[in-house]
Each structure stands twice: as structure tokens, then as C-alpha cells.
Design a protein around this ligand. Sequence first.
Ligand SMILES: *[C@@H]1O[C@H](CO)[C@@H](O)[C@H](O)[C@H]1NC(C)=O
Length: 287
Amino acid sequence: MHKLTVASILIGFLASFTTAAPTPAKVLVPGAGFRLASTVHQVPDGGSLAHIDESTIHVLDAAGAVVKAVTHTPTKVKSAVEPLETGWVAYASWLNTGSSPISSFKTTFTVPPVPAANHGQTVFLFNSIEPNSGDAILQPVLQFGPSAAGGGSFWAVASWYLVGDSTFFTNPIRTSAGATLDGVITLTSSSGSSFNYVTSFSNIAGTSLTATGSAQLTWATETLEAYGVTTKADYPAGSTVFSAIDLVLSNGNAPSVSWSTVSDSPDGISTKVNTSGATNAEITITY
Ligand SMILES: *[C@@H]1O[C@H](CO)[C@@H](O)[C@H](O)[C@H]1NC(C)=O
């Protein structure tokens, strides 16, 4: 028994308050914004994700052993653009409505300079792909600032898969301004309505994330997403050019692609298609 002091009584008193009404911790994830920390899971290095049924995902380690079973409920991932430049600020997108699935989606871009200001804001840049339902997203992500994966006032990369209200990510790896990133999403095989994907920055080891048994992913995007941004200095200076954008279908053809764009004009953030189409396309987001 420890001695009962005023301090320990006070701590006990405060603890009884904080445990009586705990506020569930929320963490930031690319694609969807803030989510309950308990729904966000790191995938072991070399591990993968397997859809087991409509609501269960197994997290597997590199040897294929199940380390965790996670259940999820349908939830839209894309967070709306709100005032204060929160969420998907600027992006280009294309929806595959054809009968042949997207088999490969590649994008190259350069890590921008770190933002001039740093007060805990988060900037995400990525190419991504979602199912028609909008309740999943697979994305190799560049981030500046904090997220559920860690991070800080530096650039880092990780691959993420969100499905329903569950989120999975690979161990983030630091990178720096000027580095070239090749974000790749590949359909490796499919059977009926079950699709197996892998995503990575193909030129950065340790970023590969496999998800098997997914829904078909149809909506391709090039995205700037941000949280806690208050002025332009919170963004990198200049622009980010998503280049060498290549989309290929399972039938071997390049689809006929017309990119739709969303800009944040009141805040001076624009999305421009420099080169349209599905082969060597180029899209510029200017801050
Ligand atoms: C692409 O568009 C941006 C924004 O309009 C422009 O600043 C840039 O010069 C263009 N790039 C090329 C290669 O035309």
C-alpha cells in the first residue's frame, strides 16, 4: 500500500473523471480524414491483407500467418472538402465504366520542398483507386506532417488500404525533397467479383501492400489532401506534377480517359490537365 497523499487523491479523483467518459482517440488517415485509432492497423513488413468475407479482413505476416482479424462496416472513405482547406482539396479523377477492369495505374512525381510553415498541418499527395461503392481506397501516399502512421515535419511514404471503417498501412519510410516517386497500383489476378491488388512506390523498398479478395477498383485519382492548413505557406511552394500517368486495362488496352478536375479556387489551389488520356498523361496541382 502506498501512502495516501493529497497528490494521489487528486490524481485518483481526476482519473475517475477521465475514465468515466473516455474520449476515443482519433487519428488521421489519407483518403478519409480522422478515424478512431482502434480501427487503424499497421501491416507487418512483407505482410498482406486478405478479405475473408464481406466484413472480415485478415492481416497476415510475411510468412502468411494470420496476426489479426479485423471486422469492418461499410463507410464512405472520401472526406468532403470543407472550409479551412480540409480533406480532398484538389484532385483529378476518372471512373472506369467499361467492362474490362483497370489492371495497372502508374504515376510518377517528385517530392516537393517542405512547406515554409510548419504548425502540425498534414499534406498528403497520392494516386489512388476506389470501388464504385466509394467505401474503400488503395493508395501509395506521400505525407508531410502527422498521421496515424507517425510522421512529422518531414516527407514520408507508406501504402494504405482503407475498407469500410478499417484502415491499414505499411511502416512509413522517410524521403526528402527532390526524390522521384513511382506510385503503382496493380491488379494481380481476379476471380468473379474477387480482385487481388498490390500497391507500392515501386522504387522504394518496404512500401508494398497486397490486398486480396477486394471489390473491383474503378475510380482512379491524382489527389492533394490536407488537414490543419491555414495559409498557403502550409503547402509546398510551387506545384506538383503528376506525370507518366499510365492506365492499362485487363484486356491489354489503354482506356479512353477524360480526367475530371476539382480545384480549390477560393484558396488559389488549382488542378490542371496538361496532357489528357491514359498514356503518359500529366496533371499539375499548383499551390
Ligand atoms: C501544366 O499546367 C500548369 C498549370 O497551368 C502550368 O503552369 C505548366 O506550365 C504546365 N506544364 C506544361 C508542361 O505545359
